[in-house]
Design a protein. Structure first.
Length: 213
């Protein structure tokens, strides 16, 4: 990874995943009573969104973050610094994420967190601009991937087509969660049209058109 060879203790990673999943349970069960542990949990969870060695760790973190914000809001212990730290890290992760499956989780996390703090109007302008720019880049990346697949679709075997179809299905989930997040920012957000346009790209849509014809 990055030119380095790493040794991984899988048992320790599994324990890390279990620990964060346990925090999800504590947080959902205790609600506002979990407030004394809010700050240290955020400190542990935010960096783990980029824990690339275990998908379960990142998924658990994406589930936990909106719940932690809800704990802070319900106990009146949520600070502007906490909110800023959460959205700053989420935007960084969304901007750099290349796995469409986890991208969907990140957008769901962002949308859920946005609803906790009060919707798009409550999101500071810098973060609003940041998530819009990150989303534009992701839309361009997804559009390029789909156009590339559509161009290759005629010359690929049936088994390969099934694999490509699965990839596009995963991307569709990411686009759906992206659209939900944008609608939370603004029900008439201009990028919603772009999301729909990207969704229509790809060889799956061409196959559907041929079948309809």
């Amino acid at each position: 990874m990055d030119g380095r060879v790493l040794g991984i203790r899988t048992s320790a990673i599994e324990e890390k995943c279990q620990a964060i999943e346990t925090l999800v349970i504590y947080c959902s069960t205790l609600g506002a009573k979990f407030a004394p542990y809010l700050a240290p949990c955020l400190e542990a969870t935010l960096p783990a969104l980029r824990f690339y060695f275990h998908e379960g760790v990142r998924e658990a973190c994406a589930t936990l973050l909106p719940m932690l914000l809800a704990v802070g809001k319900g106990s009146n212990t949520l600070t502007n610094e906490m909110v800023a730290a959460v959205f700053r890290q989420l935007i960084r992760c969304i901007e750099a994420e290349i796995d469409a499956s986890f991208l969907a989780s990140l957008y769901k996390c962002f949308g859920d967190a946005l609803r906790v703090i009060g919707g798009g109007a409550a999101l500071p302008g810098d973060f609003n601009r940041g998530i819009v720019e990150a989303t534009k880049r992701q839309l361009q990346t997804l559009a390029d991937r789909r156009k590339g697949r559509a161009n290759r679709a005629g010359g690929v075997a049936a088994d390969d087509k099934e694999e490509l179809a699965l990839l596009e299905e995963i991307e569709d989930f990411a686009l759906e969660d992206m659209a939900k997040m944008l609608a939370t920012l603004d029900p008439n957000h201009l990028l919603l049209v772009a999301v729909s346009s990207v969704k229509d790209l790809g060889f799956n849509s061409w196959d559907s058109d041929e079948e309809d014809g």
